[in-house]
Design a protein around this ligand. Structure first.
Ligand code: XIL
Length: 579
């Protein structure tokens, strides 16, 4: 086929595709409102938030009005710890769950002389449970841990949390610790060995709440096991919200927006919530709008968490940034499995982009449409020569399935879905000359061909080794394209700080100075910079928490870097340095 005909055929195909997608949407929307609830249910199963034992609900609800057990009077005063037991004197509030035998025994114990032995089980949900209503605080994060020792077989355990509010019961699982995703925690315990289970989750609002030790995945229904050394604690540190601090977004009101990435936990805690809206006038979902979060299965859109975030942003009159539509990471495999045809892949891509952008049209006003289309580093080409950007693209499933034009297809679909949204190409290491030029030439060509791309997102995951002059060079280079830059994911790690309790004075000063230098540059070029977004709130919950990358400590008190950012020039001078 001639080039022209090929292009025509492609054009027609795309048109037909877009029309059918729109039609399909219309039809499904009619049918869908009823089904949404069901979908939510199935999706919840998918992310292991299963309604684990529905047949039990009614029974157990009616049974429950136990008196407050005595041990609640002896809550240890230790910070965060709400309850511990190793069953030395009593069951300490635990009760059988289902028709099981629950015994205190000296036969086995991990510490002290006793443990609890659970046997005669017939269902996976059979086990032991404890009422923690008077210990737990609604909407805060709680950790639950214990040790188990199965008899004779490998057994997987998890913990069901049973929230009862106004007569309705919701079963949920505890989540894995040390990940920000909401994976339900499961441990596999070897026979005749003690294994520790540790998990956490934010608690819903409740009138009553129980924790249950049970076997996972509906398996091991008959397994018997010992339990010892139980601990329950509140894991939210005491946050110190200093509401007299200058508000970051006000400090930069004449320059650019100041944003932050948030996860749902941030918005559920009232202090963190206040803190966010004190300092920031834009938020980006840390994970909740990524492809795997939005459409984990083909046609299954999990809107609920993202909806909440968008609503929160709207209620507080701040900008909601959409992150991200097309990426190789945190994307479900079904979208572009090996061997998928170009047509099917395009359909999946266009459909995903269209659905997500349409849903939030008018609310999410900025989208990171394509994320990280180039590899971490790109060798610089000889200076001055145009770069063959196609040959440098990151090898991703989208590239494999569709070819380099997946990028423009994504931008065109996003624009069609919301013509007013600002569409961004987002990537990291854009301060490096090779990658800077690759992105420059890609965007240049796309713009020349009328692709709706309105901004470049420099993620800004920097370290003390980052040269601020290179950051500036990229801002200026991208500005030549006539579009604006945003710093979309700013953080500065401190090399070799992993394992330290806190930064040394010197490290903290070095970091603060680099933040100051970067902000001086951002301010100088504010005309071409729309927004500076930090990737997270504090050093403890950052995705790079082990290297202290942000402006605030774990308890939300400001670091030196905060003071550097709000007054960069004077800060640098005060350090005896030249701005
Ligand atoms: C990170 C999140 O912060 C983590 O919680 C997650 O485990 C991995 O992704 N570039 C991006 C962001 O565009 O989406 C990434 O966010 C950090 C790197």
């Amino acid at each position: 086929m001639k080039k022209k005909t090929k292009f025509l055929v492609f054009l027609i195909l795309s048109l037909v595709l877009i029309i059918s997608v729109v039609l399909l949407q219309f039809v499904t929307r009619q049918i869908n409102s009823q089904e949404e609830e069901n979908e939510a249910q199935i999706i919840q199963e998918l992310i292991h938030e299963t309604n684990a034992q529905p047949e039990q609900n009614v029974l157990e609800q009616n049974e429950l009005e136990p008196d407050e057990p005595e041990f609640y009077e002896t809550i240890p005063e230790l910070t965060g710890i709400l309850f511990t037991t190793s069953f030395e004197d009593d069951f300490d509030g635990f009760e059988p769950r289902g028709d099981v035998l629950m015994e205190r025994t000296r036969e086995e114990s991990r510490t002290g002389s006793y443990s609890v032995f659970v046997s005669e089980r017939t269902q996976a949900w059979n086990g032991i449970r404890i009422d923690v209503t008077h210990l737990a605080t609604p909407l805060e994060d709680h950790e639950f841990s214990f040790w188990v020792k199965p008899v004779d077989e490998v057994v997987s355990f998890n913990v069901a949390v049973e929230f009862i509010l106004r007569g309705e019961t919701r079963f949920r699982h505890m989540w894995e610790i040390d990940t920000e995703s909401t994976t339900s925690a499961v441990i596999e315990a070897q026979p005749n060995e003690w294994t520790e289970f540790r998990a956490y989750r934010p608690f819903y609002d409740f009138d009553r709440v129980y924790l249950s030790i049970q076997t996972a995945y509906d398996t091991h229904a008959n397994a018997s096991f010992f339990v010892d050394d139980v601990l329950f604690r509140n894991i939210m540190p005491e946050f110190i919200f200093m509401d007299d601090l200058p508000r970051l977004h006000e400090v930069f009101a004449d320059y650019f927006m100041i944003g932050t990435a948030v996860v749902p936990r941030d918005l559920r805690n009232s202090t963190r919530n206040d803190f966010i809206f004190h300092h920031f006038n834009a938020i980006t979902a840390g994970n909740e709008m990524k492809p795997d979060a939005m459409q984990p299965r083909n046609g299954f859109f999990y809107w609920y968490v993202a909806d909440d975030m968008v609503e929160t942003a709207m209620d507080n009159n701040i900008t909601m940034i959409g992150h991200t539509l097309v990426w190789h990471s945190q994307s479900p495999a079904w979208m572009n499995p090996p061997g998928i045809s170009r047509e099917d892949a395009i359909e999946n891509l266009v459909n995903h982009v269209t659905e997500v952008v349409t849903r939030y049209a008018g609310q999410v006003t900025v989208w990171d449409v394509v994320n990280e289309a180039f590899p971490s580093s790109v060798l610089p080409s000889p200076a001055g020569e145009p770069v063959d950007w196609r040959s440098l693209l990151r090898q991703t499933p989208w590239l494999e399935a569709i070819g380099p034009d997946y990028i423009e297809i994504a931008f065109r679909a996003a624009h069609a879905a919301d013509p007013t949204a600002i569409l961004i190409y987002n990537d990291y290491n854009l301060n490096e000359p090779g990658k800077r030029e690759a992105v420059f030439y890609m965007v240049k060509e796309l713009l020349e061909r009328g692709v709706p791309i309105h901004g470049i997102g420099m993620q800004g995951h920097y370290s003390l080794d980052t040269n601020p002059r290179q950051v500036e060079a990229s801002i200026l280079r991208f500005a030549e394209l006539g579009i604006n830059v945003s710093i979309t994911e700013l953080d500065i790690t401190v090399p070799n700080s992993t394992g330290q309790e806190q930064l040394t004075n010197l490290q903290e000063r070095q970091q603060a100075v680099l933040y100051a230098r970067l902000f001086l540059i951002f301010m100088e070029h504010h005309e071409v910079i729309d927004r500076v977004t930090f990737w997270g709130l504090d050093d403890a919950t950052s995705w790079r928490a082990e290297r202290f990358p942000l402006l605030f400590n774990y308890d939300l008190t400001p670091k030196l870097a905060f003071f550097a950012v709000i007054d960069p020039e004077n800060f640098i001078i005060e350090q005896g340095l030249r701005p």
